[in-house]
Design a protein around this ligand. Structure first.
Ligand code: CA
Length: 422
């Protein structure tokens, strides 16, 4: 794989300093505008490259694939072309965008669309969604709060990447409002459950990977093959209703406390752009079974943060974490997911689980940050937050940085709207 970061590339596109969307990134999304039907685009700086226009103006004639994939309102068909085509396409884009190459610059008005003029859409058709639980710190915090502080991790946790099958239909793109859900809740003091809007609405800071290659039923993916099956990453907010969750989850796990919505960032950052930010995983002790063993750096150094913005108040950053903290990496998650022969489809989404670090400010949910409401966060106006309130907006951001090279995800945000009266 090419490592474009080793040599500095300067683009003729005017990219703001510290932009997440440098020429080293080139993430994929689906956009529309009053002038554009929903179609594929690539973000650079404050612009979107209209890939349909790029192919219609013959800039991609040297590449042997069906360019109508860019006219589709999801990226699934493009993803299905495979990594060789993706790499050739990426190399061609970098060539066209590099300072000194005037051919595309002369057509800039026909190809670059200002990002502020577009609406972003869900970039992929997601047939299946899996959520893991791969942060040791998060699993430990939850175990301390809900079970036994002395034995916070369940016996299976260090032997397999725990996960569950989530709901794909309610995954929405950043900016989609989140309506406070109703559900059954029962506190330990109560004898009977009540039906009411959740009073413990929460976020979960996660990163999700997009499956880039399908498998057949019965086929396993090894840890060494796994990254061939990953197209790219997005930020993922797994909205959670803790009171609904804690009453319903025994014995089969999360259900209505989770499936009312999950939000993703609109730009899929390709693995090629993240290769320079690989880093070692935490030591795994006890040793894992051989099908989960791996070689080399499999974690990624992605800085993450979460902010809450309440009406008439400035933004408050409440969490700073990092994707590299995860105990179980994506290659292990995929090896485990397929070890029984479960098949994968292009566009399937696998989320990491809440990404918490060791320090309290790195905890990736309100549940942990406020320790189940016992230690509320203070907002800029002095008000306190145990969980999310109506009209709060939660914004998650992520970026990689090495020397002067920045590859970022932009953001995933969502505002809480009041429960619909019953
Ligand atoms: Ca989750």
């Amino acid at each position: 794989m090419h490592n474009h970061i080793l040599s500095e590339i300067i683009s003729w596109v005017d990219i703001p300093a510290h932009s997440d969307f440098s020429i080293y990134n080139l993430p994929y999304g689906i956009f529309s505008s009053p002038r554009h039907s929903a179609r594929a685009g690539i973000r650079i700086g404050d612009y979107i490259i209209d890939l349909q226009a790029l192919s219609e103006l013959n800039f991609l004639d040297s590449l042997a694939f069906d360019k109508t994939v860019f006219q589709k309102n999801t990226l699934n068909e493009f993803i299905g072309l495979g990594k060789n085509i993706h790499q050739q396409f990426r190399n061609r884009l970098i060539e066209l965008l590099t300072l000194g190459n005037g051919s595309l610059k002369n057509q800039a008005n026909n190809i670059l669309v200002p990002a502020k003029e577009v609406e972003m859409h869900l970039p992929i058709y997601i047939r299946d969604y899996t959520d893991f639980y791969s942060s040791e710190e998060h699993a430990t915090n939850v175990g301390k709060m809900f079970r036994d502080p002395a034995n916070a991790l369940l016996p299976n946790w260090k032997h397999l990447p725990v996960g569950y099958h989530g709901r794909a239909s309610s995954i929405v793109v950043s900016g989609t409002p989140i309506i406070r859900p109703w559900g059954q809740v029962k506190s330990p003091e109560q004898t009977l459950p009540q039906f009411k809007p959740t009073q413990m609405l929460d976020f979960e800071l996660e990163v999700a990977f997009v499956i880039g290659k399908s498998t057949q039923l019965g086929q396993r993916i090894s840890t060494s093959q796994a990254e061939d099956y990953i197209f790219g990453l997005v930020l993922f907010n797994d909205w959670s209703a803790r009171d609904i969750q804690s009453w319903e989850y025994v014995p089969l796990g999360p259900f209505l406390g989770k499936n009312f919505a999950s939000s993703i960032s609109p730009w899929i950052v390709p693995m090629e752009a993240l290769a320079a930010f690989k880093t070692n995983s935490p030591i795994q002790e006890p040793p894992v079974l051989s099908y989960l063993a791996f070689e080399g750096a499999k974690n990624y150094d992605i800085n993450l943060e979460v902010a809450i913005t309440a009406p008439q108040q400035g933004e408050k950053i409440i969490c700073q974490s990092n994707f590299k903290y995860l105990y179980w990496n994506m290659s292990q998650q995929l090896a485990h997911h397929t070890v029984n022969g479960c098949n994968l489809n292009i566009g399937d989404l696998c989320a990491s689980g809440t990404i918490s670090g060791k320090e309290p400010h790195s905890f990736g949910s309100m549940l942990e940050l406020t320790w189940r409401g016992s230690n509320p966060l203070s907002m800029p106006d002095g008000s306190l937050r145990k969980f999310l309130e109506d009209y709060d907006t939660v914004t998650m951001r992520g970026y990689c940085q090495k020397n002067n090279v920045r590859v970022g995800f932009g953001e995933v945000s969502g505002q809480i709207l009041p429960a619909i009266p019953c």
